[in-house]
Design a protein around this ligand. Structure first.
Ligand code: SF4
Ligand code: MG
Length: 333
């Protein structure tokens, strides 16, 4: 089957004081129709830059220097901005951690949800009002007639997030990208918003690219998980395999640093070592400075992507993972 979203070898550079930082350095990723792919990793690993590249909404200092992003078979890289504007909000939409990134403080919620419907679907009059009303109902906002006339500052954080979601799904995009959409919400509201996203996905069949650093959210939402480190995807697996048998040493460190696993009152297990600066071409494995399993080869040779049964990893230990090496090291000679 043709993936809904297919990112191949995406490369994005940031200009920082005359040096090119490789914020995204060869990312490949797919999302199938109706599928939820969680993109996880520490802040600064390139998750958001990857998402913003799909939307072609990168900040001015950033430049896409290579790769391909196809949505339903249409190449988005190099698409003229005027054509991209017909895609954005219509076929792919994005929601953010901070609703005010998307919501305009001087327009009513009704006006903002109507905007993409006017622009992409040509709706007006009674049909437009009815559609806005039904979207507010779909995201479980109480008293839609009142909410339509409200300004963003008159709503709570959870309500703003729902309004933003109504705007994002207004034109029934094929793909929704959610960048840490619930990180700023309290636990109860977060659960409600996540449930709502799953409902919207079930009814529309849209694909979902879900960016998070919360493995609890991954467990609830994801069909598949891609782990990013220092600008590249280092592991990708179906959710079940991701939790049962993580292979990449970095993924295993992420699990080891989970708050649930540390004893109460103890500081979180931090991953020691520095993330490499991204201003040079990659030599060897980017995780080598922090990896407890690193050996000479890791510093000299860039690990290739190896994959079997939908589980892939970028590590010289391959899909066997550290366990194999430990076993080999402790085996009697
Ligand atoms: Fe660690 Fe080497 Fe694998 Fe990189 S390639 S993650 S340094 S074992
Ligand atoms: Mg981010």
């Amino acid at each position: 089957t043709v993936p809904l979203l297919e990112i191949q070898d995406l490369r994005v550079h940031f200009n920082a004081a005359g040096r090119a930082l490789r914020a995204v350095d060869g990312v490949s990723l797919t999302v199938a129709p109706g599928e939820t792919v969680a993109l996880v990793g520490e802040s600064g690993c390139g998750k958001s830059v990857t998402a913003l590249s799909v939307m072609r909404l990168l900040p001015p200092a950033a430049r896409i220097v290579g790769g391909s992003v196809r949505l339903d078979g249409t190449e988005l890289m190099g698409l003229p901005e005027v054509a991209m504007r017909r895609v954005r909000g219509a076929r792919v939409a994005m929601i953010f951690q901070e609703p005010m990134t998307s919501l305009n403080p001087v327009l009513t919620i009704g006006q903002q949800i109507a905007e993409p419907l006017v622009r992409h679907k040509g709706l007006s009059g009674a049909a437009l009002s009815a559609r806005v009303q039904s979207l507010l109902e779909a995201v479980n906002l109480p008293d839609p007639a009142r909410i339509m006339r409200a300004y963003p500052h008159q709503l709570s954080g959870g309500m703003k997030q729902r309004a933003m979601m109504a705007m994002a799904v207004a034109c029934e995009p094929r793909l929704l990208i959610a960048d840490e959409p619930t990180t700023a919400l309290d636990v109860t509201i977060q659960a409600q918003v996540l449930a709502l996203m799953r409902d919207l996905q079930r009814t529309t069949g849209m694909g979902l690219l879900f960016i998070t650093h919360d493995l609890g959210v991954v467990a609830q939402m994801a069909d598949r998980v891609a782990v990013m480190y220092a600008g590249e995807v280092v592991e990708s697996a179906p959710r079940e395999a991701f939790f049962r048998a993580p292979r990449h040493p970095y993924t295993r460190k992420l699990f080891a640093s989970l708050p649930g696993r540390s004893r109460r009152g103890e500081p979180l297990a931090m991953i020691p070592g520095m993330v490499p600066t991204l201003d040079r071409p990659r030599v060897g494995c980017r995780f080598a400075t922090r990896c407890e399993f690193a050996w000479d080869r890791c510093r000299a040779e860039t690990p290739a992507w190896v994959e079997a049964g939908g589980h892939g990893v970028r590590c010289h230990l391959g899909l066997a993972g550290p366990a194999a090496q430990q076993a080999a090291a402790s085996a009697p000679t």
